[in-house]
Design a protein around this ligand. Structure first.
Ligand SMILES: *[C@@H]1O[C@H](CO)[C@@H](O)[C@H](O)[C@H]1NC(C)=O
Ligand SMILES: *[C@@H]1O[C@H](CO)[C@@H](O)[C@H](O)[C@H]1NC(C)=O
Ligand SMILES: *[C@@H]1O[C@H](CO)[C@@H](O)[C@H](O)[C@H]1NC(C)=O
Ligand SMILES: *[C@@H]1O[C@H](CO)[C@@H](O)[C@H](O)[C@H]1NC(C)=O
Length: 372
């Protein structure tokens, strides 16, 4: 009798307990993401100082010292060819690819951004092959494509958002180049990416068939105009006059060589937070990959629009897709280890000659340490 009387109270208590648990779980997740951001901001302050010091005493790395410093397994079947420099002038060195939604009529700002990107990357021809991956057949007549190879992305992900590893695996089949790079569709480039890759190709023979991943920070520039994109040095000038170097935990591009094991990477989707740092951290900690921070030699201009464009990875549907995938697969935590400042190597220009060099960072922040 008593139990029957107390049943509503019992049910009520159960509901309260459930709500408390739910809120706690949700809060913990949000707090975790927030903590990562705060920690990386602190790290940013530290590393700014470190970077300044490093500038003062640049240790130039030659092929021989790289060889001494590194002792990588060479069990891969393919050999990294040494002849890039000789034929560099006429040969594509990188396959660049991206993907974005093409129902652009909705947003004139975005239309201009993508228009700029499609035009800009073409200026890297013939040194770059360009692939535009799409799942919409109608895309063909909506975008202006001069030298772009439009390719269907097969298979599309469950939710219709492109899976990053599939783009790399397909690009590997479409073109043979030394480097493969996915860049977000709002990133503008200058020819310093070619110079950087030529340099790394020149020395990468000394890395002995190792998997290499190059990433870096972007420079946010507000309202890049199509005139700037189309004029000589316009992009560089927009970056130096009103650009600002963005955070160390935002990685908008990944350039890998053929040895990078994309087939082993989980099915992360682009345009959603969480995967960029994880991939870089995983590469460093679990895949014996040489990770290079090219922030100082690759100008990657992010076209920032009045709508913001900084936290876009948090603004669409399926926001937590990649975080949830990491949780579901019980993958190790690799966010902090994947900040650009955790890369063991970085490129820079020497003050004396202005030439690109590669240097090993021997003062990584303690948070970069790979834990189990
Ligand atoms: C896109 O670029 C083409 C040529 O590159 C130009 O004719 C067209 O007007 C541009 N569209 C927008 C919206 O800027
Ligand atoms: C790469 O090596 C070639 C041949 O040694 C040299 O001419 C070229 O300047 C090098 N490129 C870079 C960017 O260092
Ligand atoms: C790279 O791998 C190939 C094939 O396994 C091998 O013949 C070559 O010696 C390796 N190169 C280096 C520098 O280890
Ligand atoms: C950037 O462009 C937007 C829309 O085109 C405009 O409203 C805004 O004032 C511009 N901002 C600057 C700083 O030019």
């Amino acid at each position: 009798m008593k139990i029957v009387q107390h049943r509503p109270i019992f049910v009520f208590v159960c509901i309260i307990a459930f709500v408390v648990v739910f809120v706690q779980v949700k809060y913990t997740n949000d707090a975790k993401e927030k903590r990562i951001r705060i920690e990386s901001e602190e790290l940013l302050k530290d590393t700014k100082e470190v970077l300044t010091h490093q500038h003062l005493d640049n240790i130039v790395v030659t092929g021989a010292s790289v060889l001494q410093a590194e002792n990588f397994k060479h069990n891969s079947k393919t050999s990294f060819s040494n002849d890039v420099n000789n034929e560099f002038k006429n040969r594509p060195i990188i396959t660049l690819f991206t993907s974005f939604k093409t129902d652009l009529a909705m947003d004139p700002e975005k239309e201009l951004v993508y228009n700029n990107t499609l035009y800009n990357w073409q200026t890297l021809r013939p040194h770059a092959q360009l692939i535009y991956f799409t799942m919409e057949t109608s895309a063909v007549d909506k975008v202006i494509l001069f030298d772009w190879n439009i390719h269907p992305l097969i298979p599309p992900s469950e939710n219709g958002i492109p899976i990053i590893k599939d783009m790399y695996l397909q690009a590997n089949k479409i073109y043979i180049t030394s480097w493969y790079g996915y860049f977000n569709g709002d990133i503008l480039l200058t020819d310093d990416i070619l110079e950087t890759l030529e340099y790394v190709s020149n020395v990468s023979d000394t890395f002995r068939n190792a998997s290499i991943l190059i990433t870096g920070r972007r420079i946010n520039v507000l309202n890049v105009t199509s005139e700037e994109v189309r004029s000589k040095n316009g992009i560089k000038e927009s970056a130096s006059s009103r650009g600002s170097l963005y955070e160390i935990d935002a990685e908008d591009y990944f350039i890998t060589n053929i040895f990078f094991p994309w087939s082993k990477i989980p099915e992360f989707v682009i345009g959603r937070a969480g995967y960029d740092n994880w991939i870089v951290g995983h590469a460093r900690c679990d895949l014996a990959t040489i990770v290079i921070d090219a922030t100082e030699t690759i100008t990657a201009v992010h076209q920032t629009t009045s709508k913001g464009g900084n936290k876009e990875g948090h603004a669409h549907g399926n926001t937590k897709y990649n975080f949830e995938l990491i949780q579901r697969l019980r993958l190790p935590k690799r966010f902090l280890q994947g900040l650009t400042t955790c890369a063991e190597w970085r490129t820079f220009r020497t003050l004396k000659t202005g030439r690109i060099e590669l240097v090993r960072r021997d003062d990584l922040h303690k948070n970069c340490k790979c834990t189990k």
